[in-house]
Design a protein around this ligand. Structure first.
Ligand SMILES: Cc1cc2nc3c(=O)[nH]c(=O)nc-3n(C[C@H](O)[C@H](O)[C@H](O)COP(=O)(O)OP(=O)(O)OC[C@H]3O[C@@H](n4cnc5c(N)ncnc54)[C@H](O)[C@@H]3O)c2cc1C
Length: 471
């Protein structure tokens, strides 16, 4: 039987195994995971009787691959949407909460009145928005998202609204993030209308897909936590052998089969390998790659992150928590970047009626993990007191440290990825995938895994290793 090694048991590796099983009945897989648990960044803590996510807390239903996979593994009835009564978030600026003006899409205003009447921007900040109607079209070459938006809307909109909203997804620095790799539709809006405001308004918003209609929400989660997706996929695997707690040390060309994989004392040969580890690990695992490819992988920056989940007596929350939470712009000089009011955003069934929040720490260029847990806890208490005026200690606090947790798509990212792919494609039956390429969101991860499984199936068929099974 043909054998495939999958290195990395995060959502990308798991979904790769799942779809290889679906597409190629003639294959057997070994899935290698360095930790003793599968799931990578997907981690849920329910020990206190509430759901505290240590990594992602939800996924987009507008990108269909993950919701489809959830339904296939029997989680459809367990998917829940965000609380319909709670919309939007606040910005914490100069010790006050400001509502994010309606119609801000990808950091760009699409409803003039709401942004022009927002107290978050000063008069000069509002006047600067008019630049958008007079600036010329910019270069087509890649540039930073910050530079692009500052040219169109001035610094205030960027620093107070766009940066906390957009860099939140990547924990990135808006002045380094690649426009092409992160929000290319803004460039398309400029191309279309010169004014990004007008171009964004003219962009047809897609009508809600079947899944958004079925679950009545754009964001979805699982009623008892996202780690049920990890469990669901791993329970659905039939021809995949999972090897936990042993990091792969290296991959090299094999003798009897195409590839040899070594992990601890183990060594085995495979007809194909899918490598789904973070870029800096993948660079180390494949010493045979040309220097340029290795250096592309090694030089993808990653942001260190920490997530703190805290559970309070609802009586101890002195402010109204009527939105999904709040974002904190970098200029406020705080370490916390955002807080999700979990109890307001989600109505998890079966949990204690406490108030749960998640606080996020870490931005590109800030070393949040240099502090020890005690210092981080102190920072958390200080900044939660400053923002939410909570003086009592939480009944439960969980700190998740996430070293090199979020890959950064900095200017020129797409060109570097294209070069990397060209190098990798010159090796037969080798696939190097992960969140450093083609999207950090979980649905992007599943999409890439599914496409890779399909490509690998076709490649093995056409090299006549596998009987024809794919349509
Ligand atoms: C704090 C945070 C919040 C997020 N929020 C969201 C969200 O709300 N919605 C969303 O869609 N996405 C979110 N994301 C992004 C999403 O979680 C990730 O992009 C996704 O989980 C990455 O999956 P992956 O399998 O590609 O990588 P990983 O999860 O990093 O998995 C890679 C795996 O490889 C393993 N590994 C490493 N080295 C070796 C080795 N030598 N041998 C074997 N195995 C090895 C690791 O242990 C790990 O399990 C968030 C991410 C973080 C960090």
């Amino acid at each position: 039987m043909m054998k495939v090694a999958i290195v990395g048991g995060g959502i990308t590796g798991l979904a790769s195994a799942y779809y290889l099983e679906q597409f190629c009945p003639g294959l057997e897989m070994d899935l290698y995971e360095a930790h003793t648990q599968l799931g990578g960044h997907v981690r849920t803590d329910t020990r206190y009787g509430v759901v505290i996510e240590g990594g992602p807390d939800s996924f987009l239903a507008t990108k269909t691959d993950l919701v489809e996979l959830c339904e296939r593994i029997g989680l459809g009835s367990r998917l829940i949407g965000t609380n319909p009564r709670v919309k939007g978030a606040y910005i914490f600026w100069n010790d006050r909460f400001y509502t994010i003006p309606e119609g801000i899409q990808s950091g760009v205003p699409t409803k003039a009145q709401s942004v022009l009447t927002s107290p978050l921007l000063s008069l000069s900040g509002k006047v600067a928005l008019l630049k958008d109607f007079i600036v010329r079209r910019g270069p087509h070459s890649d540039q930073s998202l910050g530079r692009f938006l500052r040219r169109h809307f001035g610094n205030q909109l960027v620093d107070r609204l766009a940066a906390p909203m957009l860099s939140g997804i990547f924990a990135g620095d808006i002045d380094q993030m690649s426009l092409h790799a992160t929000f290319p539709h803004l460039l398309a809006a400029e191309k279309r209308s010169r004014s990004v405001y007008l171009g964004s308004r003219r962009r047809e918003s897609p009508s809600p897909n079947t899944f958004v209609k079925r679950y009545h929400s754009v964001f979805l989660t699982v009623d008892r936590g996202l780690d049920h997706i990890v469990m669901g996929i791993s329970q659905a695997l039939r021809r995949t052998h999972t090897i936990l707690g042993i990091p792969v040390a290296h991959i090299e060309p094999g003798n009897k089969r195409a590839w040899s994989v070594a992990a601890g004392e183990l060594s085995a040969e495979y007809d194909a390998v899918i490598v789904s580890t973070p870029a800096f690990v993948s660079a180390r695992l494949m010493p045979f790659l040309p220097q340029e490819a290795t250096s592309i992988l090694q030089n993808i920056p990653y942001a260190d992150l920490a997530v703190m989940g805290a559970v309070y007596d609802p009586e101890d929350i002195p402010i109204k928590t009527d939105k999904t939470g709040f974002l904190i712009p970098r200029q406020q000089g705080m370490k916390m970047t955002a807080v999700t009011w979990v109890s307001s955003k989600w109505h998890y069934p079966y949990v204690r009626p406490d108030f749960v929040l998640r606080a996020f720490f870490g931005r590109m260029g800030e070393n949040i993990l240099d502090h020890d847990d005690e210092t981080r806890e102190g920072l958390f208490r200080d900044e939660i007191r400053r923002t939410m005026h909570i003086t009592r200690d939480p009944g439960y606090l969980r700190i998740f440290r996430i070293p090199r947790g979020m890959p950064q798509y900095v200017v020129g990212h797409l060109e570097r990825m294209a070069t990397l792919r060209r190098y990798v494609a010159s090796y037969p039956h080798l696939y190097v995938i992960g969140a450093f390429d083609s999207g950090v969101g979980m649905p992007d991860r599943v999409k890439q895994a599914k496409e890779t499984a399909e490509k690998l199936g076709h490649a093995l068929e056409s090299s006549e290793i596998l009987p024809k099974t794919l349509s």
